[in-house]
Design a protein around this ligand. Structure first.
Ligand code: URA
Ligand code: URA
Length: 235
């Protein structure tokens, strides 16, 4: 299927960030203390990826083709979290490579990001059959891997894509409409929540709020010195 070009992101990408997103004090304090990077981050992530190869801890292991560990630059300090792999991701072992992923890459580009300047992972690392929402049990079991990815990365910001990611990370039942627009926290890490790119494909009206959220993210990045390392590609 040919991808219809949507000029919206091209237009917004040329705007500067006008809105200043004022950081709460608890974050301003932590920004000063943050170390730039640790030599062990990449190695620790690779070790974790090796460790979970062949995982059969939850029912999704039986039907997946490939584990989708996540990819990007784990030293960047920016972590995007989606829900779980779809068919294309299951096939390739890479996160967000289907239609949602193509849109997500354009969302990244609109604020000067690409996959070398962030890390992208999912709540569950194996495809739920038929792309259903992961069960609470699957999210909890596999969420421990995400927890370890977060411990290794020590991100300066987590962006939860969609209600499934936001609810799991924040332990809430609220939807994105209520969660977006302000900073939450996961342990000591600030979390922004926005709509999943798949929701934008269904409802183009959601592009405006997502763009607002990306401007907030951009403002946050500028104030906290993210991404931590720039211009490095990571395989
Ligand atoms: N949707 C997700 O939530 N994650 C992916 O990796 C792909 C699609
Ligand atoms: N449909 C949209 O509304 N936007 C896209 O970017 C792609 C498909």
């Amino acid at each position: 299927m040919a991808e219809r070009r949507d000029p919206f992101w091209d237009v917004v990408a040329s705007f500067g960030v006008e809105e200043v997103f004022v950081l709460p004090e608890w974050i301003q304090q932590e920004v000063q203390q943050d170390s730039v990077s640790s030599p062990g981050i990449k190695g620790d992530m690779e070790a974790l990826e090796k460790e979970i190869a062949g995982c059969m801890k939850c029912p999704l292991g039986a039907t997946r083709k490939n584990i989708v560990f996540g990819e990007g630059n784990p030293e960047s300090g920016i972590l995007f979290v989606g829900e779980g792999p779809g068919a294309n991701e299951d096939e390739t072992g890479r996160p967000f490579v289907g239609r949602s992923g193509k849109l997500l890459d354009r969302i990244f580009a609109s604020i000067g990001l690409d996959r070398s300047k962030l890390f992208i992972a999912n709540i569950v690392k194996c495809r739920p059959p038929g792309n259903r929402t992961p069960s609470a049990e699957e999210a909890e079991i596999c969420g421990r891997y995400l927890e370890r990815q977060i411990e290794i990365m020590r991100p300066g910001i987590i962006v939860a894509l969609g209600a499934s990611a936001a609810r799991t990370l924040l332990g809430t039942r609220k939807g994105i409409g209520l969660l977006r627009g302000e900073l939450h926290r996961y342990m000591d890490t600030p979390v922004l929540a926005t709509y999943h790119p798949a929701a934008l494909l269904r409802s183009p009206a959601l592009k405006r709020p997502v763009w607002e959220d990306m401007k907030r993210l951009k403002s946050f990045m500028e104030q906290t010195g993210l991404p931590r390392t720039e211009g490095e590609t990571n395989g």
